[in-house]
Structures are given as structure tokens and as C-alpha cells.
Design a protein around this ligand. Structure first.
Ligand SMILES: [Ca+2]
Ligand SMILES: [Ca+2]
Length: 210
């Protein structure tokens, strides 16, 4: 195998690996599509009524194109839906030592003050608050993507997303919750640096052969 073929093969293999990882979402029903809802309607689920998620005392509201449209698919969720802040949680099958990326789409509840909105996340011993978003009264969701990279310390990891802000029955919209394996942050940079270095070497070699 000559150098060019080898480089092409290495790039293809790296892209195939990344492609596989992009589809390996560990979260069940992260897009809230398991509930069959007519467009323009919503429903309230209580703990035990979602096969994928454990729910806090105030349950989970799932909406289809009402008070804004979903980020992906038809449905999205609201965690401060039934008069008080609630949460969703789910146990993930992880590999101790493996790095993962948690990501989700979120938007402020249309027409509600910034202080009524907010989401916190917990996974793998880490926790935090998604950055606050601007007041939105446009009638259309302004979806933002949040993501964080973390390392699993166990073969099972609990993911929890909670409503924050005022506990007043209206809060952030949530969709597309995803946890996917990713390369260790340092090794990803090393791999990229290696590929760039190999590309430069091939380029110099080609020029030298002219
Ligand atoms: Ca969805
Ligand atoms: Ca609220």
C-alpha cells in the first residue's frame, strides 16, 4: 500500500468510526417521539407512563406543534408543565473510562420571562446549568444546542435533566437529548493533528515528485 492509499484508507476509517459514533445514541426516546400526539395537542405524563424516562413528581409534558414546534420530529418536552419544576432521568449503559458527549436542544417558553425558564443537567458525576437564553415572544421557538463532554466512571450512568428557574408551570422546551461516545478529547486532537501532518507530508512529497 503506497502512502497516498494508506492516508486515504486512514481518513476513511476515521470517518467511518466517527459516523458510527454519531448514530450510537444511548438515550432512549430522547426526542420524545414515542408518544402519539395529533398536531396542535399536548399530553401530561406521570412517573411510570414513560417507558424510557423516570419522571419527577410533577411529571412531563409532551407537545406536538403547540406553543412552538419541535426541534426534530413532531414532539418536544416541557419539564415545568404541571405547576412545578420536574425532571426526567434515565439509566444509560456506559463503559467505564469511555468519553461521551451529552447534547440537547432547548428553547425558552414563548412569551414567558427569562426567569421562568432554565434547565440543569447531571451525568457521570458532573452537573451544570444550560446557559440562559433571551426572552422570546416571536411565536417561533429559538432552539439552541447545548453540549458537554464527560467521562463515564461506571458501566451504568444516570442522566438527569431538571427544570430550573421559577417553579411556575411554564418552562424551557427540550428536544433531541443525546449521549454518544466520543474520542478522549486529547486523543481526538492528536488524531486530527496526525491527519493534518500526514496530509502536509503527502502534499510535500507530491510537489517533490513534480
Ligand atoms: Ca422531538
Ligand atoms: Ca418555570
Amino acid at each position: 500500500m503506497n502512502k497516498k492509499t494508506w492516508t486515504t484508507w486512514m481518513v476513511a476509517a476515521a470517518m467511518a468510526t466517527l459516523g458510527q459514533q454519531a448514530h450510537a445514541n444511548l438515550v432512549q426516546d430522547g426526542s420524545f417521539e414515542s408518544v402519539s400526539l395529533a398536531s396542535g395537542t399536548y399530553t401530561q405524563l406521570w412517573n411510570g407512563q414513560s417507558a424510557a424516562w423516570a419522571l419527577g413528581a410533577s411529571g412531563l409534558e409532551v407537545r406536538n406543534s403547540i406553543v412552538g414546534a419541535a426541534y426534530e420530529g413532531n414532539n418536544y418536552a416541557e419539564l415545568d408543565a404541571y405547576s412545578a419544576n420536574s425532571f426526567i432521568s434515565q439509566e444509560l449503559s456506559t463503559v467505564a473510562g469511555q468519553w461521551y458527549e451529552l447534547s440537547f436542544a432547548y428553547a425558552n417558553r414563548l412569551g414567558w420571562p427569562v426567569a421562568s425558564n432554565g434547565l440543569t443537567w447531571e451525568v457521570g458525576g458532573q452537573q451544570g446549568t444550560a446557559p440562559a437564553l433571551a426572552f422570546n415572544n416571536t411565536g417561533t421557538h429559538d432552539w439552541h444546542l447545548f453540549s458537554v463532554v464527560w467521562q463515564a466512571t461506571s458501566d451504568t450512568t444516570v442522566l438527569k435533566i431538571s427544570a430550573a428557574g421559577l417553579s411556575d408551570g411554564a418552562g424551557s422546551s427540550l428536544d433531541a437529548v443525546s449521549v454518544t461516545p466520543v474520542p478522549e478529547p486529547q486523543s481526538a486532537w492528536l488524531m486530527l493533528a496526525g491527519l493534518l501532518g500526514m496530509g502536509a507530508w503527502v502534499s510535500r512529497r507530491k510537489q517533490a515528485q513534480r
